[in-house]
Design a protein around this ligand. Structure first.
Ligand SMILES: Nc1ncnc2c1ncn2[C@@H]1O[C@H](COP(=O)(O)OP(=O)(O)OP(=O)(O)O)[C@@H](O)[C@H]1O
Ligand SMILES: [Mg+2]
Length: 273
């Protein structure tokens, strides 16, 4: 059974796209067939995989244009073996205005993805940092939600907004959407990082991942080069942290852990918390 994980937070620059890229690369390196979906009009995820969002005629946008678009015709292979891409396009920015309050547009992505059920193991959806029709579509397709939160004070407001959105989505789904809040860009040398983590722990308890994604400049460098860090530097701090996160996500959903083909034991990152 294909699993769909959505990475979302109504705050920009918290590590959403980095999380999608890293988890996708790790799953693929463990032999899984992965599709990454870019629903952000800025198209950072698409750009990561070499697709220019200004010139992508086949994209998520196409799904909203006609009723009978074959999703297969929109997918692209990437340079990462095992990972294919459904790109974004800048035109996605006008979708909310175009469709307005039109009913029945909340399940477009979920319905399209369901047609890939037998061909894929995982779908990872990257979201824009704004609540709109695209985030609603992503959340409607989700089996599991990952909420990256930057460990700085201002990020807490964004998390409150995200939790309200989640409550709204759960209401319309008629059930809980399992999720995990993931502290990101953690810098143990700064008070702000440490204090924000304490507040998160006090407020969100069991919904909060017990580890963190540390600041690792190699993650930034890797994104500039378009190479997922876990593939080029499996023992970098950032790679180990994402590997540990993947293990937690698989455990939380009772999914079998595919064997590691790269990387090292992940226990040492505990030292950073
Ligand atoms: N753990 C990390 N350590 C260092 N740099 C990071 C880390 N995670 C992300 N970055 C860098 O921070 C920037 C923002 O990350 P990213 O694009 O993943 O965030 P985002 O939430 O997707 O942003 P947006 O809301 O704009 O889509 C990028 O330059 C990325 O390379
Ligand atoms: Mg992004």
């Amino acid at each position: 059974m294909m699993k769909t994980w959505v990475v979302a937070n109504q705050k920009g620059g918290v590590g959403k796209t980095t999380t999608v890229v890293s988890l996708a690369a790790l799953l693929a390196s463990r032999g899984k067939r992965v599709l990454v979906v870019d629903t952000d009009p800025h198209g950072s995820l698409s750009a990561y995989f070499g697709v220019n969002p200004d010139e992508s005629p086949r994209s998520v946008y196409s799904l909203f244009q006609g009723a009978d678009v074959n999703l297969h015709t929109l997918l692209q292979d990437t340079h990462v073996e095992g990972v294919s891409l459904l790109p974004a396009t800048t035109a996605l920015a006008s979708l909310d205005r175009q469709l307005g309050a039109q009913k029945g547009k909340g399940m477009v992505l979920a319905r399209a993805l369901a047609t890939l059920n037998h061909e894929l193991d995982y779908v990872l959806i990257d979201c824009p940092p704004t609540l709109g029709i695209l985030m609603v579509n992503a959340l409607a397709a989700a089996d599991y939600l990952v909420i990256p939160v930057q460990t700085e004070f201002l990020a807490l407001n964004g998390l409150d907004r995200m939790k309200r959105t989640l409550a709204m989505i759960e209401h319309s789904r008629g059930g809980a959407l399992p999720h995990l809040i993931v502290p990101t860009l953690f810098d143990k040398r700064t008070r702000a990082s440490r204090q924000t983590l304490e507040i998160l722990q006090a407020r969100y308890g069991a919904a909060l991942w017990e580890l963190v994604i540390p600041i690792d400049t190699q993650l930034r460098d890797a994104s500039r080069n378009g190479d997922p860090l876990p593939l080029v530097a499996p023992t970098a701090r950032g790679s180990l942290a994402y590997s540990a996160l993947l293990d937690t996500l698989l455990e939380a959903q009772n999914l079998p852990k595919p064997p590691y083909t790269a990387g090292a034991p992940t226990t040492e990152i505990n030292a950073h918390v």
